[in-house]
Ligand binder design. Structure first.
Ligand code: ADP
Length: 538
């Protein structure tokens, strides 16, 4: 048999090996307890660790069956440890009294005990107990010997604590990066992608796995960008010291353009060597669009206002010339044009007011039971009177149920659709207006044989100030508000609006309105707030 000190060395060596290997904490603690018990010749042992809530929890046992464990609580609850200048201690008297209780409860012959607190740098981490069933007491030397094991156990616990804390911190950071609404990418010193988060992966279309290890400027490729690309600067040996900012567009076929603002922050180690570049990508598309919309608004509105005002002024000035006597017919024609242009101005101003009311949430609908069939006929007749090139055909069943709506607003929607159908059928043709009932709603349609709408434009035609770019568009008047208002109004009624169109063949707009379930004619007012639609999801 090995001598005492040699055996001790043997055990400690094994423990040191276990501590350095990747064994888990419980296995290391089990090994420490077992070695301690064997070297101290104790038959039973217990190692408990302080949980985050401050209670002691058994993490290793020796020579003890599970069923006895709960009865050891007196040696674990509120145990009497205290501190002196030399370190932490357990009150021996108190421990012995508690031992008595445990021995009686378990029926085990626990005659002798040695107990030590497990501490590291002032922190109380747990406790180790070795019990003997014989009367032979533990010597001071043996207690001293146990210290070595206790210290190892404490170090193992502290390491595990630090590792867990580190892991938690790491997970938290990863979660923050991964779930950030901004795009984030971490590049190594060679500008290769180490980390890319979900948002940026979605923006660029690069799956995380594929992006890793690729050059940063291939993954985040900006068009129309400002400033020099930081990875290109690095290639030229120019290491940026300060954060750099760029703006540009991410353009992918089949997706909407995303305008981004990017900040590249270089991170250096203590020797001044570049370690990483943190890339933060902020989507500013909506901000840009809002800016563009403002300038579109100004150019559209000034153009739309200028034309009728110029006509009104021109005709008024001509008619009032004192050197010419106009015949009655010319005067009437001139006045008719002035009236028409004034109407156009009023309509434009009304549309603008409605658009801003919808945005501010101040548009009120007056709901009542509406005879849609009659309303469609009235609007169609009004438009037919204004055009000879188009034939307006109404196709509404006689028994079309009444709808629950604001008649003025429905008239506005229909007028917008009919005026577009005529405006965008420059060669004339048939414009068909109809309706049918289905389940709880009526669907209305306006179909033309005009120029149609290219497929890629379809998602945007209901946007504010949006006009499809074409020669005809440049020749026709319009502020790009008609369909925006039509959609807002239809949706305020709880309905839906959509379009089918083929360039060169024509367009059919559809919208739904709820069938009236009211029997009376009592009208109801309701305030409408229509949420602005974001850019189409890419
Ligand atoms: P506006 O007619 O004032 O330009 P709208 O909001 O009514 O604005 O329509 C937006 C755009 O949708 C129009 O500029 C036009 O390009 C397209 N559009 C609307 N209706 C039709 C239609 N019936 N046929 C073809 N294009 C249409």
């Amino acid at each position: 048999m090995l001598s005492h000190p040699v055996r001790q060395w043997h055990y400690l060596l094994e423990i040191a090996r276990a501590l350095a290997s990747s064994l888990d904490l419980r296995e290391v603690l089990q090994l420490i307890l077992q070695s301690a018990a064997e070297i101290l010749q104790g038959e039973i042992g217990l190692l408990a660790m302080r949980t985050r809530r401050g209670q002691l929890q058994v993490v290793a046992t020796y020579g003890l069956s599970r069923q006895h464990l709960p009865r050891f609580r007196p040696l674990l609850d509120d145990i009497p440890y205290y501190r002196t200048e030399e370190g932490w201690h357990l009150s021996r008297r108190d421990i012995l009294a508690r031992l008595q209780l445990v021995a009686e409860a378990t029926g085990l012959e626990l005659r002798q005990v040695v107990a030590l607190p497990l501490t590291v740098e002032d922190e109380f981490l747990g406790v180790i107990y070795i019990f003997r069933t014989s009367e032979r007491p533990f010597t001071v030397e043996e207690e001293y010997l146990l210290h070595t094991f206790a210290d190892h156990a404490a170090i193992a616990m502290r390491n595990a604590q630090l590792y867990t804390a580190l892991q938690l911190e790491r997970n938290r950071l990863e979660a923050i990066i991964e779930n950030s609404a901004d795009g984030i990418m971490i590049l190594d010193a060679d500008c290769r992608v180490e980390v890319i988060n979900k948002t940026l992966s979605r923006m660029t279309g690069w799956p995380t796995e594929k992006a890793r290890g690729k050059p940063g400027n291939a993954v985040l490729h900006l068009e129309n960008a400002t400033g020099q690309e930081p990875c290109e600067r690095l290639d030229q040996g120019d290491i940026p010291k300060e954060p750099m900012h760029r703006e540009g567009d991410i353009i992918r076929p089949g997706h909407r353009r995303i305008t981004v603002e990017v900040t590249y922050t270089p991170i250096f180690d203590e020797h001044g060597e570049l370690q990483y570049i943190i890339v933060n990508v902020n989507d500013i598309t909506r901000f840009r669009e809002a800016e563009e919309m403002k300038s579109t608004f100004i150019s559209v509105i000034s153009h739309e206002l200028k034309t009728p005002v110029a006509l009104i002024k021109g005709y008024a000035a001509t008619l009032r010339r004192e050197d010419v006597r106009w015949d009655e017919e010319t005067i009437r024609e001139g006045l008719a044009i002035i009236e028409e242009e004034a109407d156009r101005l009023t309509a434009l101003i009304d549309n603008l007011l409605d658009a801003s009311r919808i945005q501010a949430g101040g548009l009120t609908l007056k709901f009542e039971e509406v005879d849609l069939r009659q309303l469609i006929h009235a609007v169609a007749d009004r438009f037919q009177a204004q055009t000879a090139a188009h034939t307006i055909v109404v196709d509404v069943p006689e028994d079309l149920p009444h709808v629950w709506a604001d008649p003025e607003r429905v008239r506005q929607v229909l007028s917008n659709l009919l005026s577009n159908a005529i405006k965008y059928s420059p060669d004339g043709g048939v414009v068909r207006v109809g309706a049918w009932a289905e389940n709880e709603h009526v669907t209305v349609y306006v179909a033309d044989q005009g120029i149609g709408i290219p497929e890629e434009e379809l998602p945007y035609i209901f946007d504010r100030f949006y006009r499809v770019d074409s020669t005809l568009r440049r020749q026709t008047q319009g502020a790009g508000l008609g369909l925006y208002l039509a959609r807002a109004l239809v949706e305020a009624h709880g309905g839906r609006i959509w379009v089918h169109s083929k360039p060169g063949e024509g367009s059919t707009f559809f919208f739904t309105l709820p069938i009236s379930t009211e029997s009376g004619t009592q009208s109801v007012e309701s305030e409408v707030r229509w949420e602005e639609q974001g850019p189409a999801p890419s």
